[in-house]
Design a protein around this ligand. Structure first.
Ligand SMILES: [Zn+2]
Length: 102
């Protein structure tokens, strides 16, 4: 079975009404093509999403603790920088010795 052209599926995902009746029949009966189209439509939806009204969730301090531990940072950097907006990691950068990369 020959599936629909990837370019045609991409244009369909963008809302274009292209293709022949044969293409439409194939799309209606082919799980591979319909799943590909659904994935492309999802990508279009995400890429064109209006983020103006979306507020991002602030990460909990356990995230910084895990990053701090994984990177082996200095104990002076243990405090979650998001709990101290004016004293983030950038303010410590010059006072800390650089770690040497292996
Ligand atoms: Zn197909």
């Amino acid at each position: 079975m020959e599936h629909l052209d990837a370019e045609l599926l991409s244009l369909l995902a963008l809302g274009e009404s292209l293709g022949t009746d044969t293409d439409a029949d194939h799309l209606a009966s082919c799980l591979v093509c319909s799943e590909t189209l659904r994935g492309l439509q999802h990508a279009v939806h995400i890429a064109t999403l209006d983020t103006a009204g979306i507020e991002l969730e602030k990460p909990g301090s356990q995230n910084w603790a895990a990053i701090h531990q994984a990177l082996g940072l200095s104990p002076t950097l243990a405090t979650d920088p998001l709990t101290q907006p004016s004293a983030g990691p950038l303010s410590h950068r010059r006072s800390q010795p650089r770690r040497k990369r292996p």
